[in-house]
Ligand binder design. Structure first.
Ligand code: BMX
Length: 286
């Protein structure tokens, strides 16, 4: 048996997949019960995966939040998902599913998925998901960087600049677009903002352009910090029609050596699951 059960727990959805290498044999998804907690989220995953019992020999988890090497799970931004501090995630999952488990942050897992099987083509990359928040993952020299305590790549938490400590994701991504649209007198979500922008409504075009500028600055800064071969962009906003091209247009004045090579994620919503399954495989063969 070579398949893994991949479980992706995010701020909006729980996704389970039965994964063999790059191949997703089956997958299933539902909304995250945001008011409950880790045990209930794992119960939800077990329900989604009930039909696959006996078909996997390990579990790989890709979760929103910070995961330490020892598999302990905490929120950096509780507004994305309120995870109790230091939750022993891999222990809980191994008990729940009866097979060895490993866990990493969702965007770190997606970075690994894109590196192994997607747009990264086996070369150094930074993965960015622009969705409800902003998540990130770094693959350098063939290694997924997790850092001392699992924080590596958490670009959405950046507060530098004159922003009074506000996180970058809280003034750029989906949650902010929703709030800013309401403040502009047009209550809708990020998708609604992009649809209105496509219809030529100026308030929505302004919001979209602000988000694009901030992502353009972020990606230019990431290039300066890590100089990856590619920056792979995922997430509902990152992959929205024209977003990547409009962000890249802001880089036109940069010297070629400083200009990020932006590419769209290829594994889409399954990148985290594919990456987590691959990591669980590497982990259990150690
Ligand atoms: C937040 C942070 C990251 C995560 C990113 C995208 C928490 C709970 N999450 O920046 O760990 O990668 O959101 O998360 O602190 P998603 O749920 O939108 O996929």
């Amino acid at each position: 048996m070579s398949a893994a059960l991949a479980i992706d727990i995010g701020g909006t959805k729980v996704l389970c997949a039965l994964v063999d290498g790059a191949e997703v044999l089956a997958h299933s998804v539902t909304e995250t019960a945001r008011g409950s907690g880790p045990a209930a989220w794992l119960d939800t995953a077990a329900e989604l995966a009930a039909d696959w019992a006996g078909r996997y020999d390990r579990v790989g988890l890709a979760v929103t939040g910070r995961v330490s090497e020892a598999g302990r799970w905490s929120a950096l931004n509780p507004g994305t998902l309120n995870i109790p501090d230091d939750t022993p995630l891999t222990e809980l999952a191994a008990d729940r599913f009866g097979v060895p488990a490993m866990a990493v942050n969702d965007a770190q897992a997606a970075a690994w998925g894109e590196y192994r099987y997607g747009a990264g083509q086996g070369e150094d990359l930074v993965y960015l998901t622009i969705s409800t928040g902003i998540g990130g993952g770094i693959v350098s020299g063939g290694q997924l960087l997790r850092g001392r305590g699992g924080i590596a790549g958490h670009f959405g938490q950046i507060t530098s600049g004159d922003h009074h400590g506000a996180r970058l994701e809280s003034r750029t991504a989906g949650r902010w677009l929703t709030e800013a649209a309401a403040a502009a007198g047009h209550p809708t979500d990020a998708r609604g903002v992009f649809e209105a922008a496509a219809r030529g409504e100026p308030w929505a075009q302004d919001l979209r352009e602000t988000a694009q500028l901030r992502v353009a600055d972020l990606t230019a800064d990431v290039q300066l910090m890590l100089d990856p071969v590619r920056i792979v962009m995922g997430g509902g906003i990152g992959l929205a029609d024209g977003f990547l091209n409009d962000v890249a247009a802001h880089h036109a004045a940069l010297a070629p050596a400083l200009r990020p090579q932006l590419v769209a994620a290829q594994l889409g919503a399954l990148a985290g699951a594919v990456g987590a399954a691959a990591l669980a495989n590497d982990f259990s063969s150690n």
